[in-house]
Write a protein that binds this ligand. Sequence first.
Ligand SMILES: Nc1nc2c(ncn2[C@@H]2O[C@H](COP(=O)(O)OP(=O)(O)O)[C@@H](O)[C@H]2O)c(=O)[nH]1
Ligand SMILES: Nc1ncnc2c1ncn2[C@@H]1O[C@H](COP(=O)(O)OP(=O)(O)O)[C@@H](O)[C@H]1O
Length: 215
Amino acid sequence: MSAQTPNKETAEGTLFIVAAPSGAGKSTLVNALLERQPAISLSVSHTTRPPRPGEQYGRHYYFVERAEFEREVAEGIFLEHAEVHGNFYGTSRRTVQDLLGQGCDVLLEIDWQGAAQIRKAKPDCVSVFILPPSRAELERRLRGRGSDSAEVIERRLRNSRGEIAHAHEFDYIIVNDRFEDALDGLQAIVRAVRQRAGLQCQRHDSLIKELLAEG
Ligand SMILES: Nc1nc2c(ncn2[C@@H]2O[C@H](COP(=O)(O)OP(=O)(O)O)[C@@H](O)[C@H]2O)c(=O)[nH]1
Ligand SMILES: Nc1ncnc2c1ncn2[C@@H]1O[C@H](COP(=O)(O)OP(=O)(O)O)[C@@H](O)[C@H]1O
């Protein structure tokens, strides 16, 4: 049998988007997913939000001043950017393009506004929205996380309605009730998409030629 001929040189990686209202558990899910699937690169966003205790520059976010962020917007360095809960957030165009161009899969943890911009720029992206099982549980998780002031938590809870209203714009919705089930769901999506992408980029040219040959 002939060797299969994967056309990997020209195949871009897949761009995954994970969005959710604050406190639904997206960062925890994404981190657990990346432990299971280390080959996916998580894009580190730029933000004007001040760091939370324990957050590191370049690992969790590139924390920048508002003036610097505005300069970066003007320079066109962002693939998408948006104001969320009173802070600005943006995804570096260069980093994402370079990784995708090398055939790496990239995951963006961004809000629904950013997701809408990415869908226009990259229609092949795969987007997932994470829902909490109830409003009461969302509030419990936000307060239990202990990372934000009461005022910040109130604002995020208020904004969650407007965010959840966009859930149906996403390719998939996962309810993060039991953590392991939600993680299995997220991993199943990634696996299925990767398998499909792998099948698409294997052209099997030599096998097809062999099967079509006379004789
Ligand atoms: N559009 C956009 N949203 C982002 C980006 N980075 C983070 N976000 C979103 O901004 C919101 C607030 O994020 P963050 O301040 O880390 O709070 P958390 O969601 O409560 O952990 C979340 O919905 C994030 O997904 C980005 O680069 N672009
Ligand atoms: N399925 C779950 N059940 C209970 N607690 C959860 C679950 N998923 C996440 N959490 C907790 O909820 C809090 C918010 O999760 P986090 O990942 O920071 O949310 P987000 O990134 O969406 O703002 C964290 O304390 C996290 O440990």
